[in-house]
Structures are given as structure tokens and as C-alpha cells.
Design a protein around this ligand. Structure first.
Ligand code: IMP
Length: 363
């Protein structure tokens, strides 16, 4: 793609005769284990949606298991999506065929103005087929917007988008992402398929690329939004990185130096749905949601003083303990555990926390 001068410098495509700038430091944004966990979750959802031919947008086979002769067609966008695609597809059980296309982007004045051309076209015919477009990152949105339009124009039965990364702040055209891995800040990232001047694709993690001489970018967590403060001195916290409060409550409230979180279950904030994968997947997601809520108030798990855990089946407790211990590290806050007859949305586990605010982090 042809990019604006700043974007080109950041992408390493500024001057093809020079080596791309060495980064002064790489800040790991998404570790390999986190990528693997999320890829497994996405695969579980995709599998569930497409396993029945009547599911994922099809209908021809009326809800029977998808036959081998009518596989889902996974379309990877070269080259950035190949690592993600390979890991994702290895986890799918639904019959799947694979194809690739590659684009080039052009625009007046060196800016990305949305003129996207197909450089390498599909080999497979997609008319009447269910197509899943797999992309590494959605930035302005021009690339996937163009490809999605093309796939629909060619008569695909259904077209959905699975994108590992979503730079929401950079978006210029609206793109519905059906399966989204992670929302990230508007920073230039490399690794796990993403490159800077064709380098760093084989890093097993996603890192923020940093030019020499530039200050290190802000930490992975987005800056906490300014919380709303009530007359009583309470602050109400919200982050888009955790499921939105869907009733008359807040994700967390702080007052007098303490933070009280609402209970979190294993809902994916991107979809509002419970994550697939049973108890362990839900517990991981609930803990990740809590980590994000804590971060929105400038705290971490090491600031937690008390946790309450609700499980539908106490037999799951050993598994919960392992994941909870992983999240807390050496820290050992007080905890109560309750077996609940039922939890919201049919969840298997819910956790709420009380944490001490760090000095200067709010009320
Ligand atoms: P869009 O058309 O602006 O959404 O651009 C999407 C394409 O730009 C991706 O497929 C990548 O090739 C590239 N891109 C955008 N952001 C990054 C980044 O942070 N690192 C590496 N490549 C990126």
C-alpha cells in the first residue's frame, strides 16, 4: 500500500533503498500466550457459527452438519494474516477451504485515500459459498471494505470478517468486524505476521514498533477515561475494554481511596456474548475484564484486597484457583467463594473485586 509520509515512515516503506530503521525498543503489546488464548476463543465461535450449514449465513443444507463438499472458504489477506490464519484454521473443526488475495493501496498525495487494487486475486470461485475474510489488522478500514464489497459482488452466499487487531481510533470507513481479536491503540505494531519494511513478521507476539530516538509509547492499557464524579465524591468508571454495564450500575465505583468493581462474567466486550470454551474460557475472560476495569482506574491485581467468586458448580473450583492464581501472581487478597444456583446470561463464574486506589489515581 502507499501510505502518508508519517505512516510510510512507520511502516518501513519510506525508502526501499535503505534498511528500515531499527527500533530502539519493542514493547510487547500482546504476548504469545494471550494470542493463542484469543485465537482459540475465536475459533470456538467460528466453529459454532459455521458447523451447521444452515448456521453461518448459509441455509442450503437446512441446519445439518456442514458437508465436506460445501466447505467454508477462508480468505486470507497476504501477507500479514498468514500466521493468524494458520493458527486459527488449525483449531477449526468445520470443513474449510483456504484461499488468499493481496491488495495494493493508492491515494492522491501519498495519503491512503481508499483506492485499493487487487494485486493477487482468488483462485477459488466463491459464488454461492460462505466466505470468511481473515485479516491481520483493520486500520483505516479501506482495505477490508474494498475486499468485502468485492466478495459480495462475486455472489458469495455470506461474507464475514475475522480481524485479529482493530485500531478503532484510525477508522475512516465503517467496517463491521464479526470476529475481532483485540482492540488496540492507534500505534504501529509488528509481529505475528505484521511487518515493518518486511521485518518482524515472525515475532511470536505483537509488539509496538518504535523508531530510534522516539520516546517509548504509552503502556498497553489505554489512558483511563476521565471518570464521572458525583456530588457524593464517588467516581464512576467505564472502559470499552470490558463489557458495558447493561443495567443501572457502573463497571466500577471509587470512593475514599477504594475501588469497588461490579461482578464480571466471561462476556467478550467486542460481541457482548459469553466466550465459547466452557468454564476455563469464561473464567479467563472474566479475569481479563476485571484487569481492564482495574486498569481504567489506574489499578492492577496487586491492588486487590478482597475478591468474591460465584461459581455455579463448586467442582470447577480447582480450575478457577489455577487461573485466579495466575492472574494474582504472588499477591494473595482475601476471598470468599459462593456456589450460586444461577448467574446472569447463564455464566458459569462471576467475580467482583475491591481494590485500593494508587495515590493520585482518583478518589
Ligand atoms: P487499512 O486499509 O488502513 O485498514 O489498512 C490495513 C492494512 O494496513 C493491513 O492489512 C496492514 O497491512 C497495514 N497496517 C495497518 N496498520 C498496521 C500496523 O500497525 N502494523 C503493520 N501493518 C499495518
Amino acid at each position: 500500500m502507499q501510505l502518508g509520509r508519517e505512516a510510510a515512515r512507520r511502516s518501513g516503506k519510506e525508502d526501499r533503498h535503505r534498511e528500515p530503521m531499527e527500533p530502539a525498543a519493542m514493547r510487547v503489546l500482546i504476548p504469545a500466550a494471550e494470542l493463542a488464548r484469543r485465537v482459540a476463543e475465536l475459533a470456538g465461535r467460528i466453529d459454532a457459527d459455521y458447523r451447521l450449514a444452515g448456521g453461518g449465513g448459509g441455509g442450503r443444507h437446512g441446519g445439518r452438519p456442514r458437508p465436506q463438499e460445501d466447505p467454508l472458504i477462508a480468505v486470507g489477506v497476504l501477507k500479514g494474516s498468514v500466521f493468524f490464519l494458520a493458527d486459527l484454521l488449525r483449531r477449526l473443526r468445520v470443513p474449510v477451504a483456504v484461499d488468499f488475495l493481496q491488495t495494493a493501496s493508492y491515494g492522491a498525495g501519498g495519503e491512503h485515500r481508499g483506492e485499493v487494487r487487487i494485486r493477487k486475486d482468488l483462485d477459488l470461485a466463491i459464488r454461492g459459498r460462505d466466505v470468511l475474510l481473515i485479516e491481520d489488522i483493520v486500520d483505516t478500514g479501506f482495505t477490508v471494505r474494498t475486499i468485502l464489497d468485492l466478495l459480495r459482488h462475486r455472489g458469495a452466499r455470506s461474507v464475514r470478517l475475522c480481524a485479529l487487531l482493530d485500531k478503532t481510533a484510525a477508522r475512516q470507513v465503517e467496517v463491521p468486524i464479526d470476529y475481532r481479536g483485540f482492540a488496540i491503540e492507534n500505534v504501529f505494531v509488528v509481529g505475528y505476521g505484521l511487518d515493518h519494511g518486511e521485518r518482524y513478521r515472525n515475532l511470536p507476539y505483537i509488539a509496538v514498533w518504535q523508531a530510534e530516538g522516539e520516546p517509548l509509547a504509552t503502556p498497553a492499557a489505554p489512558p483511563p477515561p476521565t471518570p464521572e464524579r458525583s456530588m457524593s465524591g464517588m467516581q464512576f468508571h467505564h472502559t470499552d475494554q470490558a463489557p458495558a454495564a447493561i443495567g443501572p450500575y457502573s463497571q466500577a465505583v471509587s470512593v475514599d481511596g477504594w475501588l469497588y468493581t461490579s461482578g464480571q462474567v466471561g462476556l467478550d466486550p467486542a460481541t457482548g456474548e459469553l466466550v465459547a470454551g466452557g468454564f476455563e474460557a469464561q473464567a479467563r475472560r472474566a479475569l481479563e475484564n476485571l484487569r481492564q476495569v482495574l486498569a481504567s482506574a489506574g489499578c492492577g491485581f496487586s491492588d486487590v484486597v478482597k475478591a468474591t467468586v460465584y461459581v455455579v458448580d463448586l467442582a470447577d473450583f480447582p480450575r478457577l484457583n489455577a487461573l485466579y492464581g495466575e492472574a494474582m501472581g504472588e499477591h494473595r487478597p482475601a476471598r470468599s467463594t459462593v456456589q450460586a444456583a444461577a448467574l446472569p446470561r447463564g455464566a458459569l463464574v462471576e467475580i467482583d473485586l475491591v481494590a485500593r486506589l494508587r495515590p493520585g489515581a482518583g478518589s
